[in-house]
Design a protein around this ligand. Sequence first.
Ligand code: PEP
Ligand code: MN
Length: 340
Amino acid sequence: MIIIMVPQTTDEHVEGVVARLDELGYGHHISRGVERTLIGAIGAPEGEKEMVAEQLSVLPGVERVVPILKSYKLISREHNPRPVTVHIGDAPVGGGHFAVVAGPCSVESREQMVQTATAVKEAGAVGLRGGAYKPRTSPYSFQGLGPEGLEYLAAAREASGLPVITEVMDVRQLEGILEVADCLQIGARNMQNYDLLKEAGAAGKPVMLKRGFASTVEEWLKAAEYIASSGTLDVILCERGIRTFEPTTRFMLDLGGLAAARRETFLPIVADPSHAAGVSSLVPSLALAAVAGGADGLLIEVHPRPDQALSDGPQSLTPALFAELMKRIRQVAEAVGMQM
Ligand code: PEP
Ligand code: MN
């Protein structure tokens, strides 16, 4: 880390910082410029850095302390510069493989799931989504079918052969979900539920981590680091839109954030145009923009009867519209050199 001293720093202040670094057992290097004095701290152990940086920042004469290494390392390109492929069941995501996962917001019935799974597979999806446990903003909204929903997910998986991704909201749901899911979804609202991240990371299945809608890219990456440090590098990031001042779309799909995350990590990153758009008519544009913008895949909500959906009907595509969109997704994916 680098300690940047205030413009009119004194020798006494510099000595104070050096004495503290000595006390901690770190080396130091002083660089005196015309305007500023910088002190490099050498050899700080990884686990101490953040705390020590905070402590040093309150010493007299210190303006700020700049960490050099990122606090996410297992998932960083510094750790592994090459993009990796994560498998949902047998479907490859990332490392040049473009994957579309589709299905309803909520699991509602056996027929709905089997019908949707068959249709999205036919159109080229390689995974089935659907929530049995739903994180709803209002406690009076449909909360998901729970274990019964997992049963229908399993039935659709069996009928279609598609691997399944479903959301886990609480560690108590994990055991049941693990019997059915090929990939665990951590939702936007739980991105910083660290105990859940740790349990999901240790569960032995890939994890898709959605970005919190009020979370920075750095917070998102640190959340992914929690999963990685708990036992798995099979993590897929999902950009699903963030909250801004603009109410026209439900959320703002942050393709700049996706590109920035891509620069930092080798993990696959997919986009969810459905929750960002909030209305089905805007889903195709966002989906295609995400493909062109470097996403490794898409998570798209599809419902056989959006007019009867128990959640997120307005943003759900019908199977026919989804099949249409898939043709265009394939064209763009191929144009940007992705395999589909
Ligand atoms: C979902 O995928 O249905 C969902 C609730 O997503 P998010 O966590 O991104 O809101
Ligand atoms: Mn939804």
